[in-house]
Design a protein around this ligand. Structure first.
Ligand SMILES: Cc1cc2nc3c(=O)[nH]c(=O)nc-3n(C[C@H](O)[C@H](O)[C@H](O)COP(=O)(O)OP(=O)(O)OC[C@H]3O[C@@H](n4cnc5c(N)ncnc54)[C@H](O)[C@@H]3O)c2cc1C
Length: 476
């Protein structure tokens, strides 16, 4: 059943994860001010799913249970599902900046495919176990964080070659009842304020790495699980209109010999399926990154055009402003178009669910991750110095002084200084504050580095077919 935002928060109160921020143990995740913007962002995914106007985008009928579920927990059954999930991500992120919960969709779809394929080769029963888990997740409308990225140590070495065997999360023992895991997952979005952790491998493996080829689900407050997190957004900062409300925390999750029962294990030693699970998750997730940054792009386009007007410049008539805003639109809509194309050309997997076309998913992610800097450049150039010099809201309230500031900081005489300053604060918040740096970093690294996407493009693009075309034309 779909939860309300209030039910989501209450369900978090039933859990007791071990979370530290800045050296302090968090007593209650929901009541911790440093995490509030993160809880708010996930809550929007619950709120929107209940709004009639968003029902088609935000919900779907599960082919597993036949019940209505949040689309973020849905297994794609056709290309339209892929498209709607992209649209949904953009919708959520144009309000929140980053709604985080789409990671659930990406991991569930990857596990649906990979558990099926592992069973086909090894005769294991991961798929049935996964379906049972999926049913519970859909019924209880849960949120999972996705822990894929390991500490990785020396990047040139495989897991088993590292100087410390725990630099990739590993299985230290297995028994009739389950497995025991040890190590760390190094960057996990939203971890403190979710119900469960879905663990996936972060790379392809060899036979010698088989103890690292593991995937499982574990409650966020399972014995032996501890996390060190960071604040979400810029909580309680008066000059942060977006990120004081909505933000994203990341956490390092430590697993100190954590026991995982077999019914929650989806890969345990089948080393040759680690790479395909990583690849499947990355393909889905790169489309989420596209949708998320398109939502952020919507905010930037609207705010930059408004800022130009507040400065007295008409974005349609002032040549260089028109050019900059057209370029901003070009960047956003070109990576979004790749997301759309990846859905339209999406394919059915062996397991029967649908996966985006990997070439377009990766091109879109590459464009998004590299053009974020061009997008921010346009914002900074168009806004001018007020971007980082507008008075704090409290200073605008100083008697007499505040009124004078309101008078002198006006640009276009038809637009109030208050409006101009508010837009400048929003743009500073997203592009030039601590969160501005954060948005750049998540855009380039989140979902995989540019090099990782280029490798995928080169692996999946049919260059041989293009070469044969040239041979025909050139007659060689
Ligand atoms: C805000 C944020 C949120 C995130 N959320 C999550 C999450 O929820 N779950 C999750 O699992 N992960 C998450 N990530 C992690 C993200 O997926 C990784 O940052 C990304 O995959 C890159 O991995 P890395 O950070 O270890 O960098 P690296 O892989 O170390 O990359 C750093 C540089 O080294 C290069 N490099 C790496 N390996 C090699 C090699 N062998 N040879 C040559 N060059 C190499 C890369 O190309 C890059 O230029 C998040 C990241 C960010 C920034």
């Amino acid at each position: 059943m779909l939860k309300t935002p209030e039910q989501f928060e209450d369900s978090l109160r039933d859990l007791n994860p071990t979370v530290y921020i800045k050296g302090n143990k968090v007593q209650s995740v929901v009541d911790e001010p440093l995490l509030r913007p993160g809880v708010n962002a996930i809550s929007v995914t619950y709120e929107y799913a209940l709004l009639p106007e968003y029902a088609e985008t935000m919900t779907a009928i599960s082919h597993v249970t036949g019940k209505k579920v949040n689309r973020l927990l849905h297994i794609n059954t056709n290309q339209d599902d892929l498209l709607k999930k992209l649209e949904m991500t953009r919708l959520l992120c144009r309000e929140t900046g980053c709604a985080q919960r789409y990671l659930c969709h990406d991991a569930l779809n990857a596990l649906y495919e990979n558990t099926n394929n592992t069973d086909l080769k090894y005769g294991t029963d991961y798929h049935v176990k996964f379906l049972n888990y999926l049913e519970r997740v859909q019924d209880e409308d849960l949120t999972m964080c996705v822990a894929m990225t390991d500490a990785k140590g020396d990047r040139t070495k495989r897991p088993h070659e590292q100087h410390n065997p725990d630099l990739y999360l590993r299985m230290v023992s297995r028994s009739e009842d389950g497995i025991v895991v040890r190590g760390i997952k190094a960057i996990v979005t939203g971890a403190p304020y979710t119900h469960e952790i879905l663990v996936l491998p972060t790379r392809n493996m060899t036979f010698q790495d088989k103890d690292y080829a593991i995937s499982f689900a574990v409650p966020i407050d399972a014995p032996g699980v501890e996390m060190v997190s960071r604040q979400a957004g810029r909580p309680k900062e008066s000059g942060a209109p977006l990120t004081s409300q909505y933000g994203q925390a990341t956490a390092q999750i430590l697993f100190d010999d954590v026991f995982i029962p077999w019914d929650r294990v989806f890969l345990a030693g089948e080393w040759d399926f680690a790479g395909s699970l990583t690849e499947s998750f990355a393909t889905h997730h790169r489309v989420s990154c596209i949708g998320a940054r398109a939502g952020l792009g919507d905010i930037l386009i609207g705010a930059t055009a408004s800022m130009a007007e507040a400065n007295g410049l008409d974005p349609q008539k002032t040549g260089h402003v028109r050019e900059k805003i057209a370029d901003l639109i070009k960047f956003v809509e070109s990576f979004y178009a790749c997301g759309v194309t990846s859905a339209v050309f999406g394919n059915e997997t062996n397991a029967g669910n649908f996966k985006p076309d990997p070439v377009y998913a990766n091109i879109g992610k590459l464009l998004q991750g590299t053009h974020i800097y061009d997008m921010f450049r346009i914002v900074h150039d168009t806004t001018g110095g007020i971007l980082v010099s507008s008075p704090y809201p409290e200073d605008m309230e100083i008697p007499n002084l505040g009124e004078k500031l309101n008078e002198y900081l006006q640009g276009n005489q038809d637009i109030s200084a208050d409006y101009r300053i508010s837009i400048a604060r929003l743009l500073e918040d997203i592009t030039a504050s601590y969160q501005g740096g954060w948005y750049s970093a998540i855009s380039i690294s989140g979902g995989g580095s540019p090099e990782a996407t280029r490798l995928e493009i080169m692996r999946k693009y049919d260059i041989e077919e293009r070469k044969s075309l040239i041979e025909k034309i050139a007659g060689v």
